[in-house]
Design a protein around this ligand. Sequence first.
Ligand SMILES: [Zn+2]
Length: 209
Amino acid sequence: MIRPAGFRGAFFGDASDGNGRDDPAARRRISEALGIPTDWAFTEQIHEGTVVVVDEPGFAGRADGLITARSDLPMTIATADCLPIIVEGARSVAVLHAGWRSIAAGIIEAGLSAMAALGDAPLRAAIGPSIGPCCYEVGDEVRSAVGGYGAVTTAGGASVDLWSAAADRLGSLDVWRSDLCTYTDTAYWSYRRDGTKRRQVAVAWVPGR
Ligand SMILES: [Zn+2]
């Protein structure tokens, strides 16, 4: 469990926290630990660039980002290598599921635009545990889709640095990065390492007064 310092309503779970998106028992445990309601908003994640505005808990459609200005409304995304990104504004918060396809499709820009459309401005962003440049061996099509960010894995293969690709798209925001690689760190599920359907969750919310 990670609560990035300086954030009001941001949580990055690990494998031991369970998948609170799909497992009600894990959702209860996480909610109690965080002191938030046990009903969360979630989506069917499709690796695209759409962000939905949510006002109530439950299923919010097919999208890779959620944003709300409502207080005490937790929103979640589940990941196992893709980047979980939380953007906090003064009155709103967004949580984004940002794999390379979603980054290429503009999920981060869509999250920032959605916050502007709510009349708010982003203050800070957090990039949670996800596959790092140390391990994310990919072909040229991935690097060209996200605009470069070529790197080299610890094994010497050609990789991509999605952490930097995401941080750059967050512009002048203060960006917190976990710098934890899900492929390397076995506290996290990794689709690339395990071929698993299991996921950890990120949760974002606007705290009530
Ligand atoms: Zn790694």
